[in-house]
Write a protein that binds this ligand. Structure first.
Ligand code: SF4
Length: 361
């Protein structure tokens, strides 16, 4: 029995055709399920009784179970969701003015193992299916009632570009008028720098791109974002230069998690400016003061260090924002998502080993 949430648009058209139904049935189903949030086939008024019978007999709709819904003082909500496999993922709803941003997970755990990230510290378990990705936004819209998610950031647990085919199909549904109807500007994929898939995303679905940069020199970035050893900064910058030609806003967001005494000096900012200028990449910087979590190795820089770093970038004519820490009282802030409640993945590195490996503290 197929889970309708796991079918891409093309697969749903094919499945409807296998059931003897015309292609437009796929569009009708998508509108009901994703556009209107209706899961009960009986309520789908333009679906024939015969097709409803086939749907009941041959399909199911499976969405993760909400195990916990925590609300932070600033209105940020963190959802702990249980998958059919028993594993847990976390997703976050961030309200800001008119905007309701969904921070969506793409994997259980993450293999990239960035040194400052709670998710990476827990190792990699599995890629989320299309249904498991898309149901996060479905669940959020269902909880929000008449309000709807306005923006999506693929910045939850996992490296989205390492789950590319499911990501691509999920993006198609986020953007589809039958589905969630979001514009490319309002959907952001965040990557640690998986260069080949940056090129693929540009061809397939050039939504907004955010790159977790963190450092402008390979030695330090190798330690902070180990995938840099495979795709060093030179390759990453060339990919960004190509991508910006198709980026919805014409620029790439560069995320810099500021770690006290590690990458937050003025000279670190200058290194990054030189890199950006050398490769002529149009960027907007987003500074993220490190969010501490239990077992984390780093400290948050003092405000004056953050401000000094910001001034160094702004002095070079760059646009810089400092991300407000959202939801940190429920560990829903950037780098804090770990799915830590019920299905803790065995830690692949104890903090002590990691400090030795990093050699940056
Ligand atoms: S920051 Fe992103 S890519 Fe790096 S370990 Fe965490 S989830 Fe993975």
């Amino acid at each position: 029995m197929i889970n309708i949430f796991d079918l891409s648009k093309q697969e749903l058209v094919r499945w409807c055709s296998d059931m003897g139904e015309p292609p437009f049935r796929a569009s009708q189903l998508t509108k009901w399920i994703h556009g209107k949030g209706v899961l009960d086939f009986e309520r789908m008024s333009n679906i024939s009784t015969k097709f409803k019978g086939l749907l009941l007999e041959h399909s199911r709709i499976l969405i993760p179970e909400i195990i916990q819904h925590q609300k932070a003082l600033d209105g940020t909500s963190k959802l702990l969701l249980k998958l059919e496999s028993g594993e847990m993922i976390e997703s976050v709803i961030i309200p800001e003015g008119e905007r309701l941003t969904a921070c969506i997970s793409s994997q259980v755990g993450c293999a990239v193992d960035c040194s400052f990230c709670a998710t990476g510290n827990n190792g990699f378990k599995k890629n989320l299916s299309l249904g498991e990705i898309i149901s996060q936004i479905w669940i959020m819209n269902n909880l929000l009632g008449p309000a709807k998610i306005t923006n999506v950031v693929m910045m939850g647990m996992g490296e989205p570009l390492l789950n590319y085919s499911n990501l691509k199909n999920a993006l198609a549904l986020f953007l589809s008028d039958d589905g969630y109807g979001l514009s490319k500007r309002k959907v952001t994929v965040s990557t640690s720098g998986v260069v080949p898939f940056i090129y693929k995303l540009k061809e397939d679905c050039p939504v907004s791109l955010a790159v977790s940069l963190h450092s402008g020199n390979n030695d330090l970035r190798n330690k902070l974002v180990p995938i840099n050893k495979k795709y060093p900064l030179e390759q990453l910058m060339e990919a960004c230069w190509e991508y910006q030609k198709s980026a919805p806003r014409g620029f790439i967001t560069m995320e810099i998690t500021l770690l006290n005494g590690v990458n937050d000096e003025e000279n670190h900012a200058i290194e990054i400016i030189k890199l950006i200028e050398k490769y002529k990449v149009s960027v907007k910087f987003n500074l993220i003061p490190y969010n501490p979590y239990s077992g984390g190795l780093f400290e948050t820089p003092a405000l004056k260090r953050i401000e000094r770093y910001r001034r160094a970038l702004q002095g070079a004519g760059q646009i810089v924002t400092i991300r407000k820490t959202r939801g940190d009282d429920v560990s829903g802030a950037c780098g804090q998502l770990a799915g830590s409640f019920l299905s803790r993945i065995k830690q692949n590195n104890g903090p002590k080993d990691k400090i030795q490996r990093l050699g940056v503290l």
